[in-house]
Design a protein around this ligand. Sequence first.
Ligand SMILES: NC(=O)c1ccc[n+]([C@@H]2O[C@H](COP(=O)([O-])OP(=O)(O)OC[C@H]3O[C@@H](n4cnc5c(N)ncnc54)[C@H](O)[C@@H]3O)[C@@H](O)[C@H]2O)c1
Length: 430
Amino acid sequence: MSVPTPTVSPTPAPVVPHTSPLTTALAQLASTVEILGYDDGMHQMLATPRRELHVAVPLRRDDGRVELLAGYRVQHNISRGPGKGGLRFAPGVDVDEVRALAMWMTWKCAVVDLPYGGAKGGVAVDPRGCSTAELERLTRRYTSEIMPVIGPERDIMAPDVGTTEQTMSWVMDTYSVNSGYTIPAVVTGKPLAVGGSLGRATATSRGVVHATAAALADAGTDLTQVTAAVQGFGKVGSHATRFLAEGGARVLAVSDEYGGVHAPGGLDVAALLEHVAATGSVVEMPGTEPIDNAGLLALDVDVLVPAAVEDVLDEDTARTVKARWVVEGANGPTTSAGDRVLAERGITVVPDILANAGGVVVSYFEWVQAQQAYWWTEREIEDRLEQRMHSAYTAVAQRARADGITLREAALVIGVRRVAEAHRLRGLYP
Ligand SMILES: NC(=O)c1ccc[n+]([C@@H]2O[C@H](COP(=O)([O-])OP(=O)(O)OC[C@H]3O[C@@H](n4cnc5c(N)ncnc54)[C@H](O)[C@@H]3O)[C@@H](O)[C@H]2O)c1
């Protein structure tokens, strides 16, 4: 398709406040660059987003008022292929958060060896304060504002916090209508009826549970022997809870932004899912005790799955963790200081760029299927996802053991090295 050339300029390395997801992401990169011995030029190439688009998104409310919302699309790196990353609707979205999330997408796609770079988008809006019609207008306007930089060969979106497969359907339709024909591969995580993939809606959570199982197997145990707690009960946390329970783990507590519930003998997950479908939250689930989010992070369980938002495991909360494994369903749930505390305390952290990569793996499958207009069976998708997650975990765990580093350091070493290699092989133009 022909679209205008984007008029966006490269951005300087961002100045960031003391603590933020971007501080964490840049600190992780700095220590990885040190391990790998790269020079300053390469460090800057890896630290700096290739392209950013800041847009004002006018939203006409149902009552006729017009509000201007801030929107972003950041393409952190496109050396290994088109940008790939979610779209987030949340009140706290700012450009630094989007930059951090885009950078993590770059390393994540490289760790699981997908032919993608890393990108992310966001709009600072509370989707719960919007009607469906308002969400549709907002999504379509945001899409049309960022049209020049997205596309199946440029940058491919997917759902993230506050967005759904319906959001992706509106993005795909807006992009297609403006192009004159249907282009399903511009987004992933869309409904099956418009070219989505079997298994995509649950892929991130399945990947989290494959990563958990692999980490447990490394320690000579398995899901049937462990208890777990899951923070966040959205697209990732709810299915992760279900798959953990189906795998034989006892899930003792779950939470969302409204609060949490705890059942010392194990939650009835089927009843919990029904309760959430009926009420919109896990709180007041019959037969459970209330627990707050701080209590959940500190609960005496074997496996803790943070699957909500960034920065929940900081220096202080990390000291309270009793779990032996932390499996990061969310992006950036652990700050650098929190990570140091967990490592000192001998807690194994399966890092976000590995643990939650199942979503982007099946997004890749969806993109491949859409490009070929040929659809795979659910069995093929599930088997290929499991195989990718296990081989990525094995490579990371072997690197960690060989070099005496943490799983996070090993995953970053593998991801960052692959991206740096692509830079070197492509050379610098002109
Ligand atoms: N959706 C995906 O495929 C995918 C893939 C990889 C990573 N992730 C990451 O997983 C995390 C969750 O994403 P999602 O898609 O499930 O989003 P979602 O919007 O579907 O769910 C978010 C959940 O977190 C809860 N929550 C929000 N703030 C909270 C707080 N302060 N304390 C406790 N709970 C809180 C919400 O109530 C909700 O239950 C994010 O970090 C996201 O970037 C998502």
